[in-house]
Design a binder for this molecule. Structure first.
Ligand code: RB5
Length: 149
């Protein structure tokens, strides 16, 4: 499993915690920035990670900003991306099981690092259930196609 990770300045400290956890678990990941707490714009990092996941260069993405809101909104503009902002472990496994989410978004200013790591672990361990959920995801893809030029 290959993971692409990214954050803005507000998510940078939590990203370091998450990367520490991924290293401990011996999981393959690449950090697409930002690389400091200097102010930057979250859509830039959302785009980098979302394109890598959409192009299937990475299986999953993890994106972190202050709230997780802006970075997930931006990532969800890239076709094929289903970014889920999760602040609890139930949402984390449901986002995989029902929504086949391929990017997990976290908010550093909202979710403590202990819970965030549990959310990451839950998200990466859960599996898509298919069946009726696939039909609904197909409908999301149809919406994407309707509005793509
Ligand atoms: C940056 O101050 C903050 O706005 C950003 O990290 C994020 O929370 C936006 O949704």
């Amino acid at each position: 499993m290959k993971i692409a990770i990214g954050s803005d300045h507000a998510g940078f400290p939590l990203k370091k915690e998450v990367m520490k956890y991924l290293r401990e678990k011996d999981m393959k990941f690449e950090d697409f920035g930002t690389f400091s707490e200097d102010s930057c714009d979250y859509p830039d990092y959302a785009l980098k990670v979302a394109e890598e996941v959409s192009n299937k260069n990475y299986d999953f993405g993890i994106l972190i900003c202050g709230t997780g809101i802006g970075i997930s909104i931006a990532a969800n503009k890239v076709p094929g991306v289903r970014a889920a902002l999760c602040g609890d472990t139930f949402s984390a496994h449901a986002s995989r099981e029902h929504n086949n989410a391929n990017i997990l978004a976290l908010g550093q200013r909202v979710t403590g690092s202990g819970l965030a790591v549990d959310i990451v672990d839950t998200f990466l361990s859960a599996e898509f259930q298919g069946g009726r959920h696939q039909r609904r995801i197909d409908k999301i893809t149809e919406i994407e196609k309707k509005y793509s030029k």
